[in-house]
Design a binder for this molecule. Structure first.
Ligand SMILES: NC(=O)c1ccc[n+]([C@@H]2O[C@H](COP(=O)([O-])OP(=O)(O)OC[C@H]3O[C@@H](n4cnc5c(N)ncnc54)[C@H](O)[C@@H]3O)[C@@H](O)[C@H]2O)c1
Length: 435
């Protein structure tokens, strides 16, 4: 393919060198004259293992060219990558001025060229940025089918960038409608591709980087506490990572219910207290309880904004397949809503109040002595004629709900039980919009 790369920094130079090593011809464009000269002469302008050899071979094969003329680069290519910088502005906001500038130039050049062009945006941009750029600079081109645009987030790491390019950790392609890219793009994207809409791809990139930062800082917080307690936190984290079922896995990485139960809130509080007493700052771990509380508040706000005065809670315990009510977020939700004057009906097939023992029984006696009257013996009595159904757990068969739920109900899906959309009631995802 004939490819142009806009921005010959770390991402652009590596992308150009790797694409040339796959046999594509590559025109590099940069506002920095020196970088353009280096690229066209086959010299790496960045330190990155393997770049020298890749560029030298590509140069020998006549696959590299550099220019500062955008029209020339667009004319001599069918596919353009945008890899310009997206730095932080003084306030911390994302500065998209380089992307805007290059977009305007590229749009003008494609109009001049007048034949089909594929534009691949790789610069890291916040959700909605691609859409906005299209609206401002490319609207007429998209309408005329002269242009296809992909948001293709980059996941390479400096220092292992070429290896990462060849074997990416993740390949995500954002398209305007979330449908697969044109088959002509297969040499670029490969076959193992997660295809989503532009803005979803944009958020995935930020999600990944925030997650990496979170992991590093979490390990460092455990390390700081370990050091203060005279422990080897390297071993602690090494062994923690041996658990690939619950720790290094997709477990607990789905938006939904706040956490609760007999262990997580108690243990997070204890660890935080221990850190405080030892003079160790652990802001991430310290803020977990507050983050969880914010999540619960959102649930209450959504109930409030629905306008319903009757609320049906499906699943009261803190997770599926248990009758443990200790620190169950739904107990708190029920209590707060009752206090605010809502009519609350609860159904949980695993809960039999008369059979509850020990701390569960104490909890109900002290905090919700009237729980028995809210717990309905049948799903039908709980669902009733109307109201907001908070589906905390998929604790009843969907077919049963289909028989009972009416248009007068609304559903707040807290668990990612998206099949609930088939019900006649209005569906609200707790912290997601399904599209
Ligand atoms: N560096 C990384 O490891 C990495 C990894 C993944 C994603 N990203 C993202 O990729 C993007 C690029 O990052 P980078 O580290 O390569 O940036 P960089 O600053 O090293 O390079 C950006 C290049 O763009 C050039 N440029 C600016 N305006 C231009 C224009 N109008 N036309 C042509 N060139 C122009 C600059 O001169 C510079 O050489 C950023 O959005 C970054 O967040 C970076």
């Amino acid at each position: 393919m004939r490819i142009s790369i806009f921005g010959l920094g770390y991402v652009g130079a590596v992308t150009g060198a790797c694409l040339a090593s796959h046999g594509h011809s590559v025109v590099g464009v940069d506002i920095n004259q020196q970088k353009v000269e280096d690229f066209s002469s086959g010299y790496p302008s960045i330190i990155e293992p393997g770049m020298e050899a890749l560029l030298a071979t590509a140069k020998e094969k006549g696959l590299l060219k550099g220019t500062q003329d955008c029209c020339e680069a667009i004319r001599e290519s069918d596919v353009s990558f945008v890899c310009v910088g997206t730095p932080s502005s003084v306030s911390g906001a994302l500065d998209l001025s380089y992307v805007r500038q290059v977009s305007e130039e590229i749009a003008g050049a494609i109009r001049k060229k007048g034949t089909k062009h594929y534009l691949i945006l790789r610069s890291t941009m916040l959700p909605g940025s691609t859409e906005k750029l299209m609206e401002v600079y490319f609207k007429d081109l998209l309408g005329s089918a002269l242009l296809e645009v992909y948001y293709f987030p980059e996941f390479l790491r400096e220092g292992t960038a070429i290896k990462d390019f060849e074997k990416p950790a993740l390949v995500v392609v954002g398209t305007s409608d979330g449908l697969p890219p044109s088959p002509e793009m297969e040499p670029i994207f490969g076959l193992q591709v997660e295809v989503v809409k532009w803005c979803t791809a944009e958020l995935i990139k930020y999600g990944c980087n925030a997650f990496h930062a979170l992991k590093i800082s979490f390990a460092n917080e455990i390390g700081r506490l370990g050091k203060e307690l005279g422990l080897d936190a390297l071993s602690v984290m090494r062994i923690l990572c041996r658990d690939t079922k619950l720790n290094i896995s997709s477990a607990y990485l789905r938006p939904g219910n706040p956490f609760g139960g007999s262990c997580l809130p108690k243990d997070v509080r204890a660890l935080t207290d221990c850190a405080r007493r030892n003079g160790v700052s652990m802001p991430i771990i310290e803020n977990l309880i507050s983050s969880n509380q914010q999540h619960l508040s959102l649930m209450l706000k959504l109930v409030e904004s629905s306008g319903c005065r009757e609320v049906v809670i499906l699943g009261l315990s803190f997770k599926s397949n248990t009758d443990d009510l200790r620190e169950s977020p739904m107990v708190e939700v029920a209590q707060i809503l009752l206090g605010r004057g809502y009519e609350v009906r609860i159904f949980d097939p695993l809960l039999n109040v008369s059979a509850l023992l020990g701390s569960n029984k104490r909890l109900i006696d002290v905090r919700m002595p009237h729980l028995a009257s809210l717990l309905k013996p049948t799903l039908s009595e709980a669902v009733g004629e109307r109201g907001m159904i908070i589906a905390s757990q998929p604790c009843v068969p969907l077919d049963e709900l289909k028989k009972l739920v009416r248009e007068e109900h609304q559903i707040l899906d807290v668990n990612g039980w998206t099949e609930l959309q088939v019900l006649p009631a209005q569906y609200h995802g707790f912290c997601w919009e399904l599209n």
